[in-house]
Each structure stands twice: as C-alpha cells, then as structure tokens.
Design a protein around this ligand. Structure first.
Ligand code: GLN
Length: 204
C-alpha cells in the first residue's frame, strides 16, 4: 500500500493527515530520518518556512529531505511547503534554506503586502469542475518558472498580472494555497492518483 508521510515538525500537518486519510493510502507523520525511510511519498504542510527549515536541520532531516526530492519521490508542498520545494526564494530571511527541487523563483509573503489572507475560486488544470476554493494565508506566489515546470493554476492581481499559484515539476507538486483547510480533498487526490500512484506503477 502507498505510504504517504506528512512532515510533522510545525504547521498544519494534522489537516493534511485528515485530507489524505480518506484516499485509501497509509498516512504517517515524519519527524526524523528514520520515519522518512518508511514512506514513499511526502507532504510538506503550510506553516512558517523559516521555522520548518530550522527544525529540519535540528532533527537531521535537511539533507535526507533534499535527497528524497533528488531521488524522484513524490512530494507535495502547500504554502510554506511550496517555498521549501523552490530552488530560489525572494524575501527569504538571511540563511534560509530550502529542500529545493522545483526550478522556480517564489516570493515569500507576496500577497501579504497587499492583503494578508483571502479566498478565491481557481481553475486547476487536471481537476474538473467545480472550481477549487483556494485559501491564501500570507502566501507566496511564483515569479518565474523553468521549462520543466508546468503551471496548473494562477491568480490575477490588481494590476492584471498573472501569478502561478499551483505548479508541477515531475513528481513534485506545490500550491501557494491551502487545500487542506477547505474539506475538499481533490488536490490531495490529484497528488495521490496522478503522481504517487503513477510513480508506483511505473516502478512496477
Ligand atoms: N509566510 C509563510 C512562510 O514564509 C507561509 C505561510 C503559510 O504557510 N500559510 O513560510
């Protein structure tokens, strides 16, 4: 059975566990390198990316997580999790480290400069109607993506500029918003069915 880990050092990992639980996968908290070894996919929750990266260092998970991403396992990050999967972060604090993996530039707290939190309905490529209700909380947006990155959803700001808020790069998925907070688990289902299970079946 597919065993999906949820990085459980800080942030809203409990909500991700609830969202995954109805999807017929084994779900498990990941708090140290030993627990990471027992899962074949991972979710990185929303929270505070600077705190999560500091705590992963403290428990010896920073390098194992980088390797997990490099080795091609399926990983989904929401909000702070998106920042942690990004190769390049703007408005990071000094010394802030990421796990990396997605060739993109994200800006921390990008919407926060205009409005701290908001909700909107989004079209999400690969998920059919109705639209996804997206909750943004001091969220990052994506400023640019490399050619390996597919944009799955975007929002348009007050000046008419489009900003990607959901992206996929191979087995890595990231959203600026928090589907774990709405009770609609279609983004988690997309991750499990279209990424985790596809990967498991391609490995035989
Ligand atoms: N602003 C937070 C950060 O930089 C992310 C906020 C969130 O995950 N809701 O990590």
């Amino acid at each position: 059975m597919l065993r999906v880990g949820v990085l459980a050092l800080q942030g809203d990992f409990r909500e991700h566990i609830t969202s995954l639980t109805s999807l017929n996968v084994a779900v498990q908290k990941v708090r140290n390198p030993e627990e990471l070894k027992t899962v074949n996919a991972l979710v990185i929750p929303g929270g505070e990316s600077t705190t999560i990266s500091m705590l992963t260092k403290r428990v010896g998970l920073l390098e194992p997580l980088r390797k997990f991403v490099k080795d091609g396992f399926a990983v989904y990050g929401s909000c702070a999790g998106m920042i942690l999967l990004s190769d390049n972060v703007k408005d990071a604090i000094e010394g802030q480290e990421t796990f990396g993996g997605i060739d993109m530039v994200v800006r921390r707290n990008a919407f926060g400069r205009q409005v701290d939190s908001f909700e909107t309905d989004l079209k999400f490529k690969g998920i059919t109607d109705p639209a996804i209700r997206a909750v943004f909380i001091r969220a990052p947006w994506v400023e640019s993506v490399g050619s390996s990155v597919e944009v799955l959803a975007e929002v348009i700001d007050e000046s008419g500029t489009k900003h990607p808020v959901a992206v996929r790069s191979g087995n890595l998925l990231a959203t600026s918003f928090h589907p774990e907070l709405t009770g609609d688990n279609r983004v988690h289902k997309f991750f499990v069915e279209n990424i985790c299970r596809q990967l498991a079946s391609s490995k035989g």
